[in-house]
Each structure stands twice: as structure tokens, then as C-alpha cells.
Ligand binder design. Structure first.
Ligand code: FAD
Length: 303
């Protein structure tokens, strides 16, 4: 079963994202967090990839471990910036040989201190999508979308053309950057529709759990804005436990609204921890993703 097959039959799908830690003890912690999240019945799991190949083997190892442990489809994120065709072909072959057929095709970002154009065979994620679909047609391919825009393309009309180019190259679905105001997501979906984009759009949700993490996140998550009402609530918090309480409540409200308005899927950025994600489900008063789907059809539930 590939993610594309799941999205065709399951609405909303529910997925959890993890990043590959560098050390074995930390990797064990991720596997424990996954164990703790399995009762929520995720539809699939995704594992991120360090730009510049820094965690290539870590991603590969974790993808295989998670698939073996959970039996679920696992999306391997793959960035192409600075990579050659042979290099990318080798990575994809290794995945295909191991039965991993789900890739999130990303451009990635050049290293921060890099001031020269980066050499490599791929300029944009669309090039990677086309390459995967040509060389590995059985693979299901997702791409990134940015409800509030990607900082490198201030022209939002051109940005939609570039997103459409990824779909025209063969992308099967979109997973969005995290966002905190659902109006940005719904507007993005509407703009996709106007651009003729018909693939499922999966909403990226991250619960804020502490103030320092929030600042780091604002640095890393291109384009994501923290709305003033959420910022005001966080500013009032006296400690990180209060921040987590606020972040969980906010994410739960977002998720409830998205689900009852018919979102295709929810992608939860776990930051490798189960606690806040479990609390979000508890706040919405659902035990697992199956109940989330029941909530989608019974729209008068409230939280
Ligand atoms: C869900 C999700 C998961 C992610 N996972 C990872 C990860 O695991 N590892 C990682 O390193 N990063 C990850 N990222 C971050 C991502 O790599 C960066 O945001 C990167 O800057 C953009 O990648 P992209 O695939 O959207 O690139 P692209 O779609 O190639 O877009 C990059 C920029 O170029 C512009 N553009 C596209 N085509 C053209 C064109 N033809 N001409 C001119 N401009 C063009 C776009 O508008 C955009 O501004 C993730 C992002 C998201 C939303």
C-alpha cells in the first residue's frame, strides 16, 4: 500500500512526521515515541531528510526501522539541491529494493553559509518529481506547499505556477508547511483549485510546546506566521508547561476545524515527541484517527 492508495480511500488521512536523530539512544527515543503514538492509528509516517545529504543514512535507517516496526507506509523525504542524477538514482534504487515506494520530493535549502550557486543536476523540486516518475514510475510522490508563501518567491501568482509545475511533473499530493491560521490554508486550497490543482492537500500542523522552540521554528519553517492572538496567549504563559497547554489547545482547535471542513489529511509535526500529539487528540475528544474520520462526517461536534 502506498500513500497515494491511502489518500484515495481515507479522508482525512492522519500522519506523523519524525526527524532522524544522529545517535542510537536518541533513535531509540524516536521509536518509543512512535510506539506511544500507534494507538492513535496513523495512516502513514514520514521521516525527514537533512539537506546536503547530512543525514542520508540516518533517514534510510529510520525509514526501514519504522516500516518494520509499524507495518505502515513510510514516506522518505528526499532533497535534491546539490545532488547529481546518479546519486539520487542510487538512493531511490535502495528504497525501491527495500519496498519503500513513498517519497516527498523536495528541493531543500543550500547550506546557510553558501554564497555560490550550488552545483547539481536539479534546480527545483519539480525536476526531482519528473525524475522519480520517469525512473521509478511505481513510486508515489508528494511535494511541499506553502499556504503563506515561500520566501524566495514574493510573487504569489508565479508561486502557484511553480507549484502547478510540480503537479504537472507527476506529484500525487501536497503536504503543507505548518501554519497557525486555518484561513491561510483554506485560501491556499482555493488558489490551488483556481490553478487547476486537483491532488489531495494535507495540512501541516505543529503544536507549539515551548518559547525557545517557537523561535527556532519561526526560523526554520519558511513563511509561517504566528497570529497575534496566539502570540498574546503565549506571552502570558509563565512557564513551558503553560506554553504547551496553549499550543496544544490551539492545534486542537485548528485540527477540529480542518477535519469538520473536510480536509484531505492532517500531517502532524511531532518533533519526535508523543506527548503533545496525544494531548491534541485528547482535547478533540477522539481516541484515534478512525474517530477523527467519524467526526468529519458528524460536523456538529464541538470542542
Ligand atoms: C512538508 C515539508 C517537508 C519538508 N521536509 C524537508 C526535509 O525533510 N528536509 C529538508 O531539507 N527540507 C525540508 N523541507 C523544507 C524545503 O526543503 C524548503 O522549504 C525549500 O526551501 C523548498 O523546497 P521545495 O521542495 O518547496 O522547493 P521548490 O518547489 O523547488 O521551490 C523552491 C523555491 O523556488 C521557487 N521556484 C520553483 N520553481 C521555480 C522556477 N521554475 N523558477 C523560479 N523559481 C522557482 C518556488 O516558488 C520556491 O520559492 C520541507 C518543507 C515542507 C513544507
Amino acid at each position: 500500500m502506498r500513500v497515494t492508495d491511502i489518500l484515495a480511500t481515507t479522508k482525512p488521512a492522519c500522519s506523523f512526521e519524525f526527524f532522524p536523530p544522529k545517535t542510537a539512544p536518541l533513535r531509540d527515543e524516536v521509536l518509543t515515541a512512535i510506539d506511544e503514538l500507534m494507538p492513535l492509528q496513523p495512516s502513514y509516517i514520514s521521516v525527514t531528510y537533512g539537506a546536503g545529504g547530512s543525514s542520508r543514512d540516518n533517514t534510510f535507517d529510520l525509514v526501514l526501522r519504522v516500516r518494520e516496526k509499524t507495518g505502515l507506509p513510510v514516506i522518505s523525504h528526499l532533497t535534491c539541491v546539490g545532488s547529481g542524477r546518479d546519486d539520487i538514482h542510487n538512493i531511490l534504487s535502495r528504497y525501491a529494493e527495500n519496498g519503500i515506494l513513498d517519497i516527498l520530493a523536495l528541493r531543500g535549502d543550500p547550506p546557510r553559509d553558501h554564497h555560490q550557486p550550488v552545483a547539481g543536476d536539479f534546480s527545483q523540486a519539480a525536476d526531482l518529481v519528473a525524475f522519480i516518475k520517469k525512473e521509478f514510475p511505481a513510486m508515489s510522490v508528494g511535494v511541499a506547499g506553502f499556504p503563506e508563501g515561500h520566501p524566495e518567491t514574493p510573487n504569489r501568482l508565479r508561486e502557484m505556477d511553480f507549484l502547478k509545475a510540480k503537479i504537472d511533473a507527476g506529484a500525487d499530493y501536497i503536504i503543507t508547511q505548518l501554519f497557525f491560521d486555518n484561513r491561510d490554508f483554506f485560501d491556499f486550497c482555493h488558489r490551488c483549485e483556481l490553478a487547476g490543482i486537483k491532488v489531495p492537500i494535507i495540512a501541516g500542523i505543529l503544536p507549539i510546546t515551548n518559547k525557545s522552540g517557537m523561535i527556532r521554528m519561526a526560523d526554520l519553517a519558511a513563511g509561517a506566521r504566528i497570529p497575534a492572538p496566539l502570540l498574546a496567549e503565549i506571552q502570558k504563559c509563565e512557564n513551558d508547561a503553560d506554553v504547551e497547554e496553549t499550543g496544544v489547545r490551539w492545534a486542537a482547535k485548528q485540527m477540529h476545524d480542518l477535519v469538520t471542513q473536510g480536509v484531505d489529511g492532517i500531517h502532524l509535526y511531532t518533533l519526535n515527541s508523543a506527548t503533545a500529539i496525544r494531548r491534541i487528540f485528547a482535547a478533540i475528544e477522539v481516541e484515534d484517527s478512525q474517530q477523527l474520520r467519524e467526526m468529519a462526517t458528524n460536523k456538529d461536534t464541538n470542542i
